[in-house]
Ligand binder design. Structure first.
Ligand SMILES: [Zn+2]
Length: 455
């Protein structure tokens, strides 16, 4: 509990987003520097859970039996009651208690006790590229929203790692080798995931030629890693230094107030949830039309540059192996595998995400999810989002599987209780997370060759 209260200490200071737009922002409303609460809210799977999401509360990616969890100020208790939810205080977070700041430079630039900044992540990609020219290829696959606005921002970057032979790591779906892609920090505040992506890259490059498992994998498979899927959002998170801000979404504030936080809800944020913006079942359950909601889906499907760039990348890496509609299974000889890492829970989620109806490839998808959960260790569950949390439209999961037939998994990594709980665990917790996730990544990468068992 102690760790969680420390870990989420940044919540109260999430109020004002850092931006460099030319338009003068409206004067922000004062936000009390009070504690932040996690409320336990009875919301069984189904209508009640979807209702809670639709109301714009900051619903965490966590469930305990019939209960979901909502992050917010003292006032959120009343707001829950106003709309018929009986929230009780589960945790109390202390206000921010550390001075912000980063340490180190280049690949060693860190914040919050060891987490690498975006600058460090991108320097790491470049360094990996020149240190391991036979293995690594850095790919720029688009621009973040702020970059498209001339307001700072970042390139969107991936790295392809394989024992490179002619034709490998090209942006064409007719690749010789099967492809496994894993992405991190699409939800910016889920900082565990970016660190795991870093470790996975190093595990592969330093292991090639030494570790037989890694060598065999890279001889036969292209491994793609997106360490920071939402760099604008992560820039907001790391701007808090030792009290990281809890930005989940991207930085595009043009669809609503530039400063969402109010005295009623300091945790509300501008931006679009990049895991609700894709064209697969866009606007369905588990999304919001409120620009300040944590699950704001955007003004239309694929409205965001980050989303469109990601879809373009997927289309250039994987051929379409599934007929349109919800009932056609993917071709048995489909190759490839995609994993999006989130936090903080212990579950493996499989498609469909927008409905509890099983997908036409449910058998093999569920069997692989079971294997992944077993590799992670005790306490991990697996299933469709609607079986374990809530349903959600517009997700990366349903787009990758629905459009291309390629298996997609969401891994919710971490804990919600104990010393390493929450979105912002102490950096020392990452050794433990890595020990669980490394075998899952290895398994998923191997499965890319023949995921449905039909080749
Ligand atoms: Zn997430």
């Amino acid at each position: 509990m102690k760790r969680l209260s420390l870990a989420l200490a940044g919540a109260a200071s999430v109020a004002f987003l850092v931006g460099t737009s030319v338009a003068a922002p409206p004067p922000p409303q004062p936000v009390p520097d009070g504690p932040t609460y996690v409320y336990r809210v009875p919301a069984p799977l189904g209508q009640k859970a979807q209702d809670l999401l639709a109301r714009g509360f900051d619903v965490l990616e966590q469930r305990d039996g019939d209960d979901l969890f909502v992050l917010g100020t003292q006032d959120v208790h009343r707001r829950l009651a106003d709309v018929g939810f009986a929230g009780s205080v589960d945790q109390v977070m202390s206000p921010a208690r550390f001075a912000p700041g980063t340490r180190g430079t280049g690949v060693n630039e860190t914040y919050y006790g060891g987490y690498r900044t975006i600058k460090a992540h991108y320097a790491h990609l470049d360094q990996t590229g020149w240190r391991y020219p036979r293995l690594a290829t850095v790919v720029d696959y688009g621009d973040s929203w702020r970059k498209t606005q001339g307001a700072g921002g970042y390139d969107l970057k991936a790295i392809c790692i394989t024992r490179r032979t002619p034709g490998d790591c090209r942006l064409t779906p007719t690749a010789r080798k099967p492809r496994f892609l894993v992405s991190a920090q699409v939800h910016a505040r889920e900082i565990t995931t970016g660190d795991l992506a870093w470790r996975w890259i190093d595990h592969l490059t330093t292991g090639y030629g030494r570790d037989p498992e890694v060598t065999a994998l890279l001889d036969t498979t292209e491994v793609w890693v997106i360490p920071i899927g939402n760099p604008d959002g992560v820039q907001i998170v790391q701007s808090g230094g030792d009290t990281p801000k809890l930005q989940r979404k991207n930085a595009n504030h043009t669809n609503g107030p530039r400063h969402c936080p109010t005295t009623q809800d300091p945790n509300a944020q501008a931006g679009i949830d990049l895991n609700r913006n894709l064209s697969a079942q866009w606007g369905d359950n588990g999304t919001s039309s409120d620009p300040c909601s944590q699950v704001y889906r955007g003004p239309k499907a694929d409205s965001e540059v980050e989303t469109r760039a990601l879809e373009r990348l997927f289309r250039s890496l994987y051929p379409d192996k599934r007929a349109p509609g919800d009932t056609a299974p993917a071709d048995p000889d489909t190759r490839g595998m995609v994993v999006t890492m989130h936090s903080a829970l212990n579950v493996v989620l499989l498609p469909w995400g927008y409905t509890t109806t099983p997908s036409p490839n449910d058998g093999p998808l569920r069997a692989m999810a079971r294997d992944m959960a077993q590799l992670a260790g005790p306490g991990w569950e697996y299933g469709q989002p609607g079986e374990l949390l809530y349903t959600a439209g517009g997700s990366i999961d349903d787009w990758v599987y629905g459009e291309l037939g390629v298996p997609h998994y969401t891994w919710e990594i971490g804990n919600w209780e104990g010393d390493c709980a929450g979105f912002l665990p102490a950096y020392s917790c990452q050794d433990g997370h890595w020990a669980k996730v490394k075998p899952m990544l290895t398994y998923a990468a191997r499965k890319a060759a023949n995921p449905y068992g039909g080749a």
